[in-house]
Ligand binder design. Structure first.
Ligand SMILES: CC(C)(COP(=O)(O)OP(=O)(O)OC[C@H]1O[C@@H](n2cnc3c(N)ncnc32)[C@H](O)[C@@H]1OP(=O)(O)O)[C@@H](O)C(=O)NCCC(=O)NCCS
Length: 138
């Protein structure tokens, strides 16, 4: 049986890149990832012993909007409830740190085949579409 533990704000850019590449390949540059982690509100990792096997992070303005990003479970660890551990930790963070007594928009972007996973936590799609431009920095 796995010895799984959760650690907040612990994983680094190398962990992120390894996990990203385990599911998608073509990870962003180390400099981009380091900055992104530094400016994330909260990040959560799941560890099997010393090895990180899953991650997620949250960005936002701490007031009106929290945005969930980069929810990844290593392929060989999927389907064991680890994605649920990540989502529970992210939502707990908002519950405990959001402006007390207010309703807060929690958003994310999901591919169609991942929608049923997020629906389990109460997320619902609306008619809005995601617009994206990959814009080159000089
Ligand atoms: C999506 C992902 C994070 C799910 O993690 P996981 O550890 O496999 O999910 P869990 O085992 O915690 O599943 C939790 C529940 O969601 C369900 N579920 C998980 N993935 C699902 C899917 N693709 N479609 C339908 N249901 C799904 C499980 O059956 C389980 O249901 P239950 O609690 O009623 O038994 C994981 O598959 C992953 O990392 N995929 C690759 C990266 C990715 O695409 N991330 C999402 C970016 S939008």
């Amino acid at each position: 049986m796995d010895n799984l533990t959760l650690k907040a704000d612990a994983f680094d850019a190398d962990d992120f890149i390894a996990l990203w590449n385990s599911v998608w390949g073509g990870a962003p540059s180390r400099e981009q990832v380091s900055l992104a982690l530094e400016h994330s509100i909260f990040r959560i990792g799941v560890y099997d012993g010393e090895q990180i096997v899953a991650m997620a992070r949250m960005i936002g303005d701490l007031g009106m909007c929290y945005y969930i990003k980069d929810v990844v479970v290593r392929p060989e660890y999927q389907g064991r409830g680890i994605g649920r551990m990540l989502m529970d930790a992210l939502l707990k963070y908002i519950r405990e740190n959001g402006v007390s007594g207010t309703d807060i928009a929690v958003e994310l972007c999901a591919m169609p085949d991942k929608m049923p996973f997020y629906e389990k936590f109460g997320f619902r799609a609306n008619e809005a579409r995601r617009l994206r431009l990959m814009y080159r920095a000089e």
